[in-house]
Design a binder for this molecule. Structure first.
Ligand code: NAD
Ligand code: UD1
Length: 338
């Protein structure tokens, strides 16, 4: 199949490109490099020995996207293109709504005009909100989000679902990611956050490599076994392989299917720090600080539906995630910038 990855030069998109190419699919990437660089795709090509059709374009730009889709005629789209920093979304809500919602509408309109009927969407566990206790399963009603980023995900899910009600030939898969971490085993591609990382694993890696002095653990007094928050961390290559299964499922399906991509196994912040130090034999100085506003004590998935519907299950463990994150960080201390 030919798959168009909107936002495919980013962290999850680049790893998914490797998995798709490895399975014999063709890959087209459209990205404006708002949060990435073309270097990631160059490395994808080096790793796989295959070429990627790469377009620098804003996915909100309907004229450009339509031309690309008419030329490439993809069988399926994976929509990764979005802004994802929670704190920034509170400061710049209009930019977040404009970018995330508009990219989705543009892709749907271009699909309508070119006859492409399959779309896989990058959603997030954040749509379960604070109302749903973990493990979160797909049958639960969505909850209320605490920030504009989360609301864009919730709204985009609704838009895609409505589109599939109106067009019975449309096939939509909403993938709700839990916490993707790690990197490709080669250490050639990985997560390359701009500025101070918001997420735990890039912060831990940057402390280990000496770019930051110490990690602040946000809260040590939660009602959890060690007092720190529990999350469902998933290796980005497992996540990438989940996308290959979703794309293949999409081809034989109509309507909307919601699927969690997680391991179902919660780990605490201290589990991450301790495992990272142990498997990589490095020090990660840390202190326990105050709680971060909006954090929930425990968020993890019920991962059974993915196994049942997609025949996919995460295979890599926490040690693999910590080893591969470090392998990427120590070989690329400045990310894709040399
Ligand atoms: P990322 O920022 O590395 O990748 C997103 C890519 O989209 C970037 O390359 C960026 O340049 C591109 N992009 C953004 N707006 C664009 C536009 N208008 N036109 C063209 N390209 C555009 O993020 P990621 O971690 O790879 O996440 C991919 C998707 O998965 C995002 O939608 C994100 O919200 C979602 N998601 C990520 C996580 C996570 O923890 N990483 C968790 C849940 C959901
Ligand atoms: C966050 C977002 C979520 C988004 C996801 C992926 C919030 C409230 N949630 O999830 O909407 O989908 O990222 O982008 O921001 N931690 C520390 N110290 C740090 C960083 C993190 O202790 O410096 C802790 C957090 O309190 C949390 C865990 O590590 O318990 C994971 O944090 P993070 O990587 O930011 O992911 P989430 O908060 O789960």
């Amino acid at each position: 199949m030919k798959i168009l990855l909107a936002g495919g030069a980013g962290y999850i998109g680049s790893h998914t490109a490797v998995s798709l190419l490895g399975k014999g699919h063709e890959v087209v990437v459209v990205d404006n490099y708002d949060n990435s660089s073309p270097e990631s795709i160059k490395r994808v090509e080096q790793l796989t020995g295959k070429s990627v059709a790469l377009y620098e374009a804003d996915v909100k730009d309907k004229v450009r996207v339509l031309k690309i889709m008419q030329k490439e005629q993809p069988d399926c789209i994976i929509h990764f293109a979005g802004l994802k920093a929670v704190g920034e979304s509170v400061q710049q809500p209009i930019r977040y709504y404009r970018n995330n919602i508009d990219t989705t509408l543009t892709l749907l309109e271009c699909m309508e005009q070119t006859g492409c009927k399959e779309i896989v969407f990058s959603s997030s566990a954040t749509v379960y909100g604070s109302e749903n206790p973990s493990p979160c399963h797909e049958g639960m009603p969505k909850g209320s989000c605490t920030n504009p980023y989360g609301w864009t995900k919730s709204m985009m899910e609704q838009i895609l679902q409505d589109a599939s009600v109106a067009d019975k030939e449309l096939s939509v898969v909403l993938l709700r990611y839990f916490n993707p971490i790690g990197a490709h085993e080669s250490g050639r591609i990985g997560e390359d956050p701009q500025g101070i990382p918001n997420n735990l694993m890039p912060y831990v890696s940057q402390v280990a490599v000496g770019k930051r002095e110490k990690l602040t653990i946000f809260g040590g007094d939660y009602d959890t076994p060690d007092g720190t928050c529990l999350r469902d961390y998933i290796h980005v290559m497992d996540l990438a392989e989940g996308h290959v299964s979703a794309v293949e499922f999409c081809a034989h399906h109509h309507g909307t299917e919601i699927i969690n991509l997680g391991t179902g196994q919660p780990y605490s912040v201290l589990d991450i720090v301790n495992t990272f130090q142990k498997v990589n034999d490095v020090k990660v100085p840390y202190e326990i600080g105050p709680r971060r506003a909006g954090d929930l004590p425990a968020v993890y998935s019920d991962a059974h539906k993915a196994e049942r519907v997609l025949g996919w299950k995460a295979k890599r463990n926490l040690a693999d995630m910590c080893r591969d994150s470090w392998n990427w960080q120590k070989n690329n201390p400045n990310g894709y910038k040399r």
